[in-house]
Design a protein around this ligand. Structure first.
Ligand code: IVH
Length: 667
C-alpha cells in the first residue's frame, strides 16, 4: 500500500472507532458489535505500529492506555476552578432563593445531580483534546491527560474543530467499584472505601494502563467561557457541549422554577438515587440565565449563582459487640467500637473509633447496645448514638482500662487532658505504630509495607526498628516462604524499600515522628535547612525564629536531635544510603513577593484568600494577620477593616485588587 493510502485507511479507522466509542459510551447506543469494533481497532493498532510517523494523540488506540509518566506536572487554570457552597436543608435553599430574588434575578434554575467524583477541566484546540487537569486548589491543578485519554466517554476529537475548555466530573460507576473490591478482597488487599476515593486514586496513577482498567466515566456540566460561543443560558451551554460530543446528563437538566419545584426535584432525585449507575451525593442548583449569573457574580470562594444541596448522611443500625483499646505511636490509648459488620454506603463497617474515655461516657455507650452509625465526611465510620429504648438490661457498662493492653504498663493521664498514655518507650505497640507511621504514604511511602504486614514482620522478628526495614533484603529467602508472599511480591517490596531511600528530606523528617512535626512543618523545615545534618546542629533560637515554629516545637526539635539514640539512628540511616537532603524545588523568585511580608484585608473577588497566600508563599513571601512596622505591603479588597487605616497611618505600601490581580495574572 502507498503511504497516502495507508494514511487514509488510518484516518478512516480512527473515525470509525472514535464514532463507535461515542455511540457506545456517550449515547449508550452501540452501532457496532464488540467483535467488529475489536477488528477495526486491531487493524488500526497494526497500521500505527508499522507507520509510527502517523502517530496521533487523538487516536482511539490511546484509549487502552500505555503512556506512563514519572510525575504529575502542575497546570495553572486560566479561569479559577471554583467549587460550590454546600447547603444541607430546605431552609438554606430558601435563603439562597430569597437572595436571588432580592438581587432582582428571576428564580429560574437548572437542577442537576451532584456527581460524587472529582472535577476535571478538559482543553481542546481545533477540536482535539490537548490536556486535562484536576481542580487542585482551584488555581493550580495537576496534568492528568495521559489517564483522561483512556476514559471512553471523553472525546479525543470534537464534532467541531474549535478551541474550548469544558469542566465536569470524573466518576467510577458503582458496579465497577463492586467488581474491583471483590477482586481486592480475594487478593487480600484493602478494599476501596467509596467511588470518589476510587476515582481519585485511579486518576492519580502514573501508568495510564491502570487508569484504563478502572473504567472511569464522565459527566460534563460546566462551560467556563460561554460568551465566546454566543451562549445565553446554562441550558444552552449544556446543549452546546452535548452537541460537541461530550457526555452531558440529559436526564436531569430541565428548567426548575422557584422553591417548590426545587423541592420536588430533590424528592425525585432522592428516590432515584439508589437505582442510578453512579453515586450522587446531592443536587446542584444553578441560575439558568447567564446575564443574571454575571450580575450575581462571585464571592472570594464561590459563584453566587449556584449552591450544592447535600443529601443527609446515611445512617444504619448495628450492635456494639465490644470496645477494644489500641495503642498509638505516641503511646496514646484509643477505645474502638467492635461492631456487628454492616454495609454502609457501599462498604462493610466493622470498627469505628471512639476517640477517648470522655467520648464514650458522653454518648453513654454500653457494650451490647444497638447503635446508629454513619460515615463522617462520607469516609470514616462514626458511632452517633446508642438506641437507649432498645436496651434489654444485659448491656455492660464501659470500663476504661488502667494498664496498657499490650505491655501492661500503668497508663497515665496528663493534667487537663482527655487521653491516657502508655509511657513505656519499649512498648511493642508503640514501636509497631512508629514503624507504620514511618512507612506511611505521607512519610517514606513504602508500598507493600502496610499496617498488617509491618505487624506480622515485627512479630516474626524481621523488623524491630526503622533500620531493620533496610536490612529486610537479608531475609529475602525467609520472606518468600511466608504465606501470601512469593518471589515477585518480595522483590517488589525490596525494590520499593530501595526506591524510598531516594526520598526528599521532608518525608524522612515526617516519618521520624518528632512530636508535633506534621507533614507541612516537615516540608517547611526541609526547605529551610536543606539537610538533616544541618538540623542536627541547629540551636533552639534558630528553630524558634522560624515563623510557624513556636517554643514547644523548637524544644521538641532540639530535644530530638540531642538525644544520643536519635543521633545514632541518623548516622546509621546515612550509612545505609538513605538520602537526608531536601530534593524539592526552592521557592521561586519574584520581585513583588520574595522576602516581603503581606497583610490582607477586605474581600477579594478574583481569588480566594488562602490561594493568594499560597501563591505569595510559593514565591518566598509571607503573610501575617496584623499590620505592624514589619509589614511590607497591605492588600486591600472590598470592605477593608481597620488594618487599612493602620497601614495608612504607618505609611505602608497598599495594593488594591486590580494591582494584585494583574501581578498574579502575569506570573
Ligand atoms: S458546577 C462554578 N455541577 O461538586 C461551578 N459541580 O461543590 C462549578 N459537582 O467542585 C461546579 N456535580 O466537583 C457542578 N452537576 C454539577 C456537579 C458538580 C458534581 C462537584 C464539582 C464541584 C463540587 C461543588
Amino acid at each position: 500500500m502507498e503511504k497516502s493510502e495507508i494514511k487514509s485507511r488510518i484516518d478512516y479507522l480512527r473515525k470509525v472507532c472514535n464514532d463507535a466509542n461515542y455511540e457506545y459510551y456517550v449515547l449508550d447506543n452501540p452501532t457496532l458489535t464488540d467483535q467488529e469494533f475489536d477488528k477495526f481497532l486491531r487493524e488500526l493498532e497494526i497500521l500505527e505500529e508499522e507507520n509510527p510517523e502517523f502517530d496521533s494523540s487523538s487516536s482511539p488506540t490511546k484509549k487502552v492506555g500505555g503512556e506512563v509518566i514519572d510525575k504529575f506536572k502542575k497546570v495553572r487554570h486560566k479561569i479559577p476552578m471554583l467549587s460550590l457552597p454546600d447547603v444541607f436543608s430546605l431552609e438554606e435553599i430558601e435563603s439562597f432563593n430569597t437572595r436571588i430574588i432580592k438581587d432582582e434575578v428571576k428564580p429560574i434554575y437548572v437542577c442537576e445531580y451532584k456527581i460524587d467524583g472529582l472535577s476535571v477541566s478538559l482543553h481542546y484546540e481545533k477540536g482535539e483534546l490537548v490536556y486535562a487537569a484536576t481542580r487542585g486548589d482551584g488555581i493550580v491543578g495537576e496534568d492528568i491527560t495521559h489517564n483522561v485519554r483512556t476514559i471512553r466517554s471523553v472525546p479525543l476529537i470534537l464534532k467541531q474543530p474549535i478551541d474550548i475548555e469544558v469542566r465536569g466530573e470524573i466518576y467510577m460507576p458503582k458496579n465497577v467499584l463492586k467488581e474491583i473490591n471483590i477482586k481486592r478482597e480475594k487478593d487480600n488487599l484493602p478494599i476501596l472505601q467509596n467511588v470518589r476515593n476510587a476515582a481519585a486514586g485511579s486518576i492519580r496513577q502514573l501508568d495510564s494502563k491502570v487508569a484504563a482498567e478502572r473504567k472511569l466515566d464522565t459527566w460534563i456540566y460546566h462551560l467556563p467561557n460561554p460568551e465566546d460561543y454566543g451562549i445565553k443560558s446554562h441550558q444552552e451551554a449544556l446543549q452546546f457541549m452535548n452537541d460537541l460530543g461530550f457526555k452531558v446528563n440529559r436526564e436531569v437538566n430541565s428548567i426548575v422554577k422557584g422553591i417548590e419545584e426545587i423541592e420536588k426535584f430533590i424528592e425525585i432525585a432522592s428516590q432515584k438515587r439508589d437505582s442510578l449507575a453512579y453515586e450522587i451525593d446531592g443536587i446542584v442548583i444553578k441560575v439558568n440565565d447567564l446575564v443574571s449569573q454575571k450580575k450575581l457574580g462571585f464571592t472570594s470562594k464561590y459563584p453566587k449563582w449556584a449552591v450544592a444541596y447535600k443529601f443527609p448522611a446515611k445512617e444504619v443500625l448495628t450492635k456494639l459487640k465490644d470496645i477494644i483499646f489500641t495503642v498509638g505511636r505516641t503511646g496514646r490509648i484509643t477505645p474502638n467500637a467492635v461492631l456487628d459488620p454492616v454495609i454502609l454506603m457501599g462498604s462493610t463497617v466493622k470498627r469505628a473509633t471512639l476517640h477517648n474515655e470522655d467520648y464514650v461516657l458522653m454518648k453513654d455507650l454500653k457494650i451490647g447496645d444497638v447503635v446508629s452509625i454513619r460515615k463522617a465526611g462520607d469516609v470514616i465510620p462514626e458511632v452517633i448514638e446508642a438506641k437507649i429504648a432498645r436496651r434489654s438490661g444485659i448491656e455492660k457498662d464501659f470500663q476504661m482500662i488502667n494498664n496498657c493492653p499490650i505491655c501492661g504498663s500503668i497508663l497515665e493521664k496528663k493534667k487537663d487532658q482527655v487521653d491516657y498514655y502508655c509511657l513505656n518507650e519499649l512498648c511493642p505497640a508503640r514501636k509497631v505504630e512508629a514503624l507504620i507511621h514511618y512507612c506511611s504514604r505521607k512519610a517514606m511511602n513504602i508500598e507493600g509495607l502496610g499496617e498488617e504486614i509491618i505487624e506480622d514482620f515485627y512479630n516474626l522478628g524481621f523488623i524491630k526498628t526503622i533500620l531493620d526495614i533496610y536490612r529486610l533484603k537479608d531475609h529475602r529467602k525467609d520472606l518468600i516462604e511466608l504465606e501470601g508472599f512469593g518471589n515477585k511480591s518480595v522483590d517488589n517490596l525490596l525494590q520499593a524499600i530501595e526506591e524510598s531511600k531516594k526520598n526528599s528530606l521532608e518525608r524522612l523528617l515526617f516519618g521520624l515522628g518528632i512530636s508535633g512535626i506534621g507533614d507541612k512543618t516537615a516540608l517547611l523545615l526541609a526547605k529551610i535547612f536543606k539537610s538533616l545534618d544541618k538540623m542536627r546542629e541547629a540551636t533552639y533560637e534558630q528553630y524558634n525564629n522560624i515563623k510557624d515554629i513556636g517554643p514547644t516545637l523548637a524544644k521538641n526539635l532540639v530535644d530530638f536531635f540531642q538525644d544520643e539514640i536519635n543521633r545514632e539512628l541518623i548516622s546509621s540511616l546515612k550509612k545505609l544510603g538513605i538520602n537526608i537532603k531536601y530534593l524539592g524545588e526552592d521557592d521561586k523568585f519574584n520581585e513583588f513577593f520574595t522576602g516581603k511580608c503581606f497583610v490582607l484585608t477586605g474581600t477579594l473577588s478574583f481569588m480566594d484568600r488562602d490561594n493568594l497566600v499560597s501563591i505569595i508563599e510559593s514565591y518566598g513571601g509571607s503573610s501575617s494577620s496584623s499590620v505592624s512596622r514589619k509589614t511590607d505591603v497591605v492588600i486591600v479588597g472590598d470592605k477593608p477593616g481597620s488594618k487599612y487605616n493602620k497601614a495608612l497611618d504607618l505609611g505602608i505600601e497598599i495594593w488594591n485588587e486590580e494591582k494584585i490581580k494583574s501581578i498574579v495574572n502575569n506570573l
